[in-house]
Design a protein around this ligand. Structure first.
Ligand code: UD1
Length: 433
C-alpha cells in the first residue's frame, strides 16, 4: 500500500500548473464513440479514472493511440457491438456515459452499472433513465446490468425536464441526443464548466448543441459527427484544491493554466475568509498571510460552491477564528472524513447535511485515512497545515483524480513524500471504486 508522509507547517510558495479537467475528460473520451473516424483529444489529465475510461473504449474495440503524455488519438470505427458489460465498467462512475453514447450510435446499450465514490448511499441514475425513456428507449436494470433499447432502432428527440439538477444526467442525455432524429430540449440542465466543454467538443465534431452553460440545452440531432482536434479545459476542482491548500498552509502561489471565471465560486469564499486572490488572464495568485476568518458554505450546483470542494474548504475552516457552518446541498452524506479531522484536533459536529466547525488554533499530525477522492485531498491539506507528521492512507483514491499531486506540492515547498509500505498481512489495498 502507498502512503503519503507529510511534515506540516511549511508555507507554500511558487507556481503550480493545473491539468485538464477530470470530469470533462471522463465524458469527452466516451463521446469519441459517436464520432465517425479519428479524433484527437489534447490536455487529457494523466489520472487513474481516465486510464480506466480509455481501457473501456479499447476493450470495446476502439483504436487508442498516445500522441504525447496528454494527447490521444481515438478511432472508434472498429466498435461494432452495443455491449459493454465487463469489469472496468464497475470501477468508475463515469462508465455510465456509455449508456448515452451506445444508445446514440446503435440505438441499444447493454452496460454494467457504474461504481464511483461512495457518499453514503446509492448514486441514482433515474434522471438519466427518464431522459432515455422520453427519447424512445426502454430501459431495464437486471443483475447489475442496464439494458436499454430504442423501440424504433434509433433515438428520437424529446423534451426532458429534469427533476433534480444532475451533471451526469445532463451529459448522458446530451450524448444520446446528438445523433438522434429531431430536437431534444433539456430543461433544468446542470451548468457546470464540464457540460459546456462536452458541448464544445461535440460541436467541434459537427454536432448542433446550443445553450450549454444555461439551464436549457437544445440539441438538434445530426446524421454524423466527423473527426477533429479538441483540447479539454483546465480542472476547476484541482485548481480549487491547491487554492485551499495555500489558504490552509499560508504562502503565495500562482495557480496557472486556469479559467479564473470557473473559480469565482471558490475565490469569493476564500476572499471572505481573508485570503488574497488576484485574477489574471489564465492564472490566479493566491496569498494568505494573516488569520483566517470564519465563513458559512452551502454546496450547490454550478455556479454555486461545488460539492467537490466541500471537504477541502471544511479543512481550512477548522483553522478559522469563530464558528463556521457547512451545508451539503447536493449529497445526503459527505462527511465521513470528519472523523479523521477530529483525530487531528479539529472541533467539528455533524448533523445530517450540516457540519458546525469551531475553529481551533492548530491541527496536529496523525495517521489518517482517505475515504474518497476529494476527502483524500482534504486529508493532504490537513497534513500540510498540521504541526508534526501526518500519514495519509488510501492514496489510491487521491490518485484517481489528481495528476502528480505529490510532485506539484513539493515544487511549492511542501514536505510530502509517497512511500510504499508492504501490507503486514500481505494483502494489497483494494482498487478504488
Ligand atoms: C455531482 C456534482 C458534480 C461532482 C460529482 C462528484 C453537482 C450538481 N454535481 O455530479 O459537480 O463532480 O457529483 O462529486 O454538484 N440525482 C438523482 N437522480 C439522478 C442523478 C442524480 O436524484 O439520476 C441526484 C443525486 O443523488 C445528487 C444530485 O442529483 O443528489 C446531483 O447528482 P449529479 O449531478 O448527477 O451527480 P454527479 O454527476 O455525480
Amino acid at each position: 500500500m502507498t502512503k503519503y508522509i507529510i511534515t506540516g507547517g511549511r508555507p507554500l510558495n511558487g507556481e503550480i500548473s493545473i491539468s485538464g479537467a477530470k470530469n470533462a475528460a471522463l465524458a469527452i473520451i466516451p463521446a469519441a464513440l459517436l464520432v465517425s473516424g479519428r479524433c484527437r483529444i489534447e490536455n487529457i489529465p494523466q489520472i487513474k479514472d481516465v486510464t480506466i475510461q480509455l481501457q473501456i473504449l479499447q476493450h470495446m474495440g476502439a483504436d487508442v493511440r498516445m500522441v504525447d503524455s496528454h494527447t490521444m488519438d481515438i478511432d472508434c470505427t472498429g466498435i461494432s457491438s452495443p455491449i459493454a458489460d465487463f469489469d472496468e465498467m464497475r470501477q468508475i462512475r463515469a462508465s455510465y456515459y456509455h449508456i448515452g453514447t451506445l444508445l446514440g450510435r446503435f440505438g441499444e446499450a447493454v452496460v454494467a452499472m457504474p461504481g464511483g465514490c461512495d457518499f453514503g448511499g446509492v448514486r441514482p441514475i433515474d434522471q438519466h433513465v427518464k431522459g432515455f425513456h422520453a427519447m424512445g428507449a426502454d430501459v431495464e436494470v437486471r443483475n447489475g446490468v442496464v439494458y436499454a433499447k430504442a423501440a424504433t432502432g434509433r433515438m428520437h428527440g424529446a423534451y426532458v425536464n429534469l427533476d433534480v439538477v444532475s451533471v451526469g444526467a445532463t451529459m448522458n442525455i446530451m450524448l444520446a441526443a446528438v445523433l438522434a432524429e429531431g430536437i431534444t430540449v433539456i430543461e433544468n440542465a446542470a451548468r457546470e464548466p464540464h457540460i459546456v466543454d462536452l458541448a464544445n467538443f461535440l460541436n467541434s465534431m459537427g454536432a448542433d448543441v446550443r445553450g450549454a452553460g444555461t439551464n436549457v440545452i437544445k440539441i438538434r440531432g445530426v446524421k454524423k459527427l466527423t473527426g477533429g482536434t479538441y483540447a479539454i479545459i483546465p480542472d476547476q476542482i484541482e485548481a480549487g484544491t491547491y487554492m485551499t491548500a495555500v489558504a490552509a498552509a499560508g504562502g503565495s502561489v500562482l495557480v496557472k493554466n486556469v479559467i479564473p471565471r470557473h473559480l469565482n465560486c471558490i475565490s469569493s469564499k476564500l476572499e471572505e475568509m481573508g485570503v488574497d486572490i488576484i485574477n489574471m488572464e489564465d492564472s490566479v495568485l493566491v496569498r494568505r498571510r494573516g488569520a483566517l476568518h470564519r465563513a458559512n458554505v452551502k454546496t450547490m450546483p454550478y455556479p454555486g460552491f461545488p460539492t467537490d470542494m466541500q471537504p477541502q474548504i471544511a479543512t481550512v475552516l477548522c483553522l478559522a477564528q469563530g464558528t463556521s457552518i457547512i451545508t451539503e446541498g447536493v449529497w445526503d452524506s459527505r462527511y465521513k472524513y470528519v472523523s479523521e479531522l477530529l483525530r487531528m484536533g479539529a472541533n467539528v459536529q455533524v448533523n445530517g447535511r450540516i457540519a458546525v466547525i469551531e475553529g481551533v488554533k492548530r491541527l496536529t499530525g496523525a495517521a489518517i485515512k482517505s475515504w474518497d477522492l476529494r476527502a483524500g485531498a482534504a486529508m493532504v491539506i490537513a497534513g500540510l497545515c498540521a504541526e508534526g507528521v501526518t500519514e495519509v492512507e488510501g492514496v489510491n483514491y487521491i490518485e484517481r483524480g489528481y495528476e502528480n499531486l505529490v510532485e506539484k506540492l513539493r515544487s511549492v515547498g511542501a514536505d510530502i513524500e509517497s512511500v510504499y509500505v508492504p501490507d503486514p498481512e500481505g494483502v494489497e489495498e483494494e482498487e478504488a471504486v
